[in-house]
Design a protein around this ligand. Structure first.
Ligand SMILES: Cc1ncc(COP(=O)(O)O)c(C=O)c1O
Ligand SMILES: [Zn+2]
Length: 385
């Protein structure tokens, strides 16, 4: 036993649920469930000083992950990604403290691996054999890969116009791909039917409690790579928002563990595409929930999410951190992708490139000061098109 997992708690109504039973959303209010840990016991068991001796994958933080028995670990070496400073781009943007977390070096070229490695491992430990996921694209490739690695089956529902690399990688790793006429919300509806008919366990974003646990390791790594001092600002391209919510949860846990100083959190910047920006609209209106976006259009497939189940958690993290939500156009993302490639040699996916475009705007508007440390999340490789 390596995990200090205790139970699950509903993010909306606060009801407690058994963590050792395979389950999805809260049975009372259908909101996301979040994992909780015995932080006091974990604090005794592991300290930051013990971490460097462990392999640098996300499993380094195993006490704060839900998997109880390492034999169920389905790993392809995910996590442990580089945090690189971006001096040339930083000079162009008048932000010398600019750096980036390179999530494109994960096994399927995308940060989705973090969530799927942990959630697939845990689903297997709890007895699941067949998994299903609706996806904008990248999560389908990641689910197929980790399901194959775990010896489970995967069904993937994705828009018919999802990136061809996502369709190819999902099929190449044994996923049964269904192309749907519509966006991720329609894929979600079809995946839910399969799950409700009892054919497979639903791995949709925040409809099971453990993908977010894998994603939160971005927050642990960020702190560790910054010598347990978090940067002033974190910039994250947001679709379903699991990464942002996950990092905010990691900050909560690390504060409780005494690994980071209290009240020194980064301001969280949520970046969306101007053709699909429900969270930006909600932020501008000062709302706590978002209104589903109609006619979502953007070439950044991962940002083509008209409605996030965890919208209220994303917005809360943005408000509580004194952050901001900003939209950038596809044109701005493409220009930023070129600027990042030419300036730093990093070919990032459009979603990650959106963070560069957002920072450029925020620096121009004065929201970002030149003296601040800013970390961009480059969530995928530019090869995933
Ligand atoms: C490359 C990429 N970046 C960002 C996102 C958005 O991630 P999240 O759902 O954590 O907001 C996605 C989601 O599909 C993605 O594929
Ligand atoms: Zn509830």
């Amino acid at each position: 036993m390596t995990s200090f997992l205790t139970d699950l708690i509903c993010a909306r109504c606060g009801a407690h649920h058994d963590a050792d039973v395979l389950q999805g959303v809260c049975g009372d209010c259908e909101s996301p469930l979040l994992a909780r840990y015995d932080i006091e016991a974990a604090r005794q068991a592991v300290t930051p000083a013990a971490l460097p001796a462990r392999p640098f994958t996300l499993w380094r933080y195993e006490e704060l992950l839900p998997l109880r028995d390492r034999r169920f670990r389905a790993t392809l070496g995910e996590g442990g990604t580089p945090l690189l400073s971006l001096p040339r781009l930083g000079e162009q943007l008048r932000l010398p403290g600019l750096s980036a977390k390179l999530e494109g070096v994960n096994p399927t070229g995308c940060f989705k691996d973090r969530g799927m490695a942990v959630a697939v491992s845990r689903a297997k430990e709890l007895g699941a054999t067949e998994l299903v996921v609706p996806t904008a694209g990248n999560a389908g490739g990641a689910l197929s890969a980790y399901a194959a690695r775990a010896g489970l089956t995967a069904r993937v529902f994705m828009p018919a116009d999802a990136p061809v690399s996502n369709i190819a990688e999902a099929r190449a790793t044994g996923g049964e791909v269904r192309l749907v006429d519509g966006l991720i919300d329609e894929a979600g509806r079809q995946a839910r039917q399969v799950a409700e008919a009892g054919y497979a366990f639903n791995m949709a974003t925040l409809r099971e409690p453990y993908r977010i646990e894998g994603k939160k390791t971005m927050g642990y790594e960020l702190a560790e790579q910054h010598d347990w001092q978090l940067p002033d600002v974190v910039v994250y391209p947001t679709g379903g928002g699991t990464g942002l919510i996950g990092m905010w949860k990691a900050f909560d846990e690390m504060e409780a563990l005494g690994w980071i100083e209290p009240n020194r959190r980064p301001r969280m910047v949520s970046v969306q595409a101007s053709g699909c920006a429900p969270l930006v609209a909600a932020f501008r209106a000062g709302h706590e929930d978002s209104i589903p976006w109609t006619d979502a259009r953007t070439d950044a497939a991962g940002l083509r999410v008209p409605h996030a189940l965890g919208d209220f958690m994303i917005l809360k993290a943005v408000y509580d951190s004194r952050g901001i939500a900003v939209a950038v156009s596809d044109r701005e993302m493409r220009d930023a992708q070129v600027q990042l490639g030419h300036g730093e040699g990093i070919y990032a996916g459009l979603e990650g490139a959106a963070t560069v475009a957002a920072v450029s705007k925020l620096r121009d508007s004065g929201w970002l000061a030149g003296s601040e440390t800013v970390v961009l999340f480059l969530t995928s490789s530019g090869l995933k098109v």
